[in-house]
Design a protein around this ligand. Structure first.
Ligand code: UDP
Length: 237
């Protein structure tokens, strides 16, 4: 992706990005490295806010498949994202980065509630805001929360950190002939049902002109490289 004039970025970190090589939960070393990436990007002059997922701890849909009530399971999933948000906050603060966690489900003793204007103010003061508890509503995902917060915070782009370096014609882990797209349109992603983010998230980005950049967060230094227009990624716009 060539360098763009992105200044304010929403970084979506899936729960998996915090899991390292483990099968479950939070890997401290991985969280520290991800926090380093965020710190480097901020030092390079970018304004960042984060949405963290919870799939490394609990997924509502998977639990519902096993008989849980879907809405209750989704609330549990949202609580899982709060745990991840606190882990990322802790890692960032250990590296001297000022952060605030804001939860879409108010949890006064743990973190701030989500208040848009307050989040804006934190960003103006160069704090990194970590948005937790997704949208606060069951039947949604943190991808949609990321798109929503990116629009609310007037971000120039949504960066989705995953374990692959972009969007492929097929799953590159299964199909060796799969090719990576450099760029794609929102409509193509939706019509071909490409697995970038869920459809509601893609639609929110499309309707608000927020490009989605898919890149590999597992490679050290990659966030800074992609932001500088040097790394490998796919841009959806
Ligand atoms: N979730 C929800 N509403 C939201 C965001 C998340 O109900 O707005 C729940 C849902 O159960 C989901 C879980 O939280 O499975 C964890 O989020 P997600 O699966 O998006 O995390 P990721 O895949 O990014 O790790």
């Amino acid at each position: 992706m060539p360098q763009r004039n992105f200044k304010r970025i929403l970084l979506k970190l899936s729960g998996e990005a915090l899991m390292g090589d483990q099968q479950f939960g939070i890997d401290t070393e991985t969280v520290t490295r991800v926090a380093e990436e965020v710190k480097l990007a901020r030092e390079a002059g970018f304004e960042l806010c984060l949405v963290v997922g919870g799939g490394n701890i609990f997924r509502g849909l998977a639990a519902a498949d096993q008989g849980f009530d879907r809405a209750s399971a989704d609330y549990m999933g949202m609580l899982a994202t709060v745990m991840n948000a606190l882990a990322v906050q802790n890692a960032l603060e250990q590296q001297g980065v000022d952060t605030r966690v804001q939860s879409a489900i108010p949890m006064a003793s743990v973190c701030e509630p989500y208040i848009r204007r307050r989040a804006m103010r934190h960003m103006e003061r160069e704090r990194i805001v970590i948005f937790a508890a997704g949208t606060g509503n069951p039947f949604f995902t943190t991808d949609t929360a990321a798109a929503l917060r990116a629009a609310e915070m007037q971000c120039d782009a949504l960066f989705k950190g995953t374990s692959v370096d972009g969007v492929y014609t097929a799953d590159p882990k299964q199909d060796r002939t799969a090719k990576r797209y450099d760029s794609l349109s929102f409509d193509r992603v939706l019509s071909d049902n490409l697995k970038v983010m869920d459809a509601s998230a893609v639609a929110v980005c499309r309707d608000n002109d927020i490009p989605i950049v898919v890149f590999n967060i597992r490679e050290r230094g990659n966030l800074a490289r992609v932001l500088a227009g040097e790394g490998v990624s796919t841009i959806v716009e």
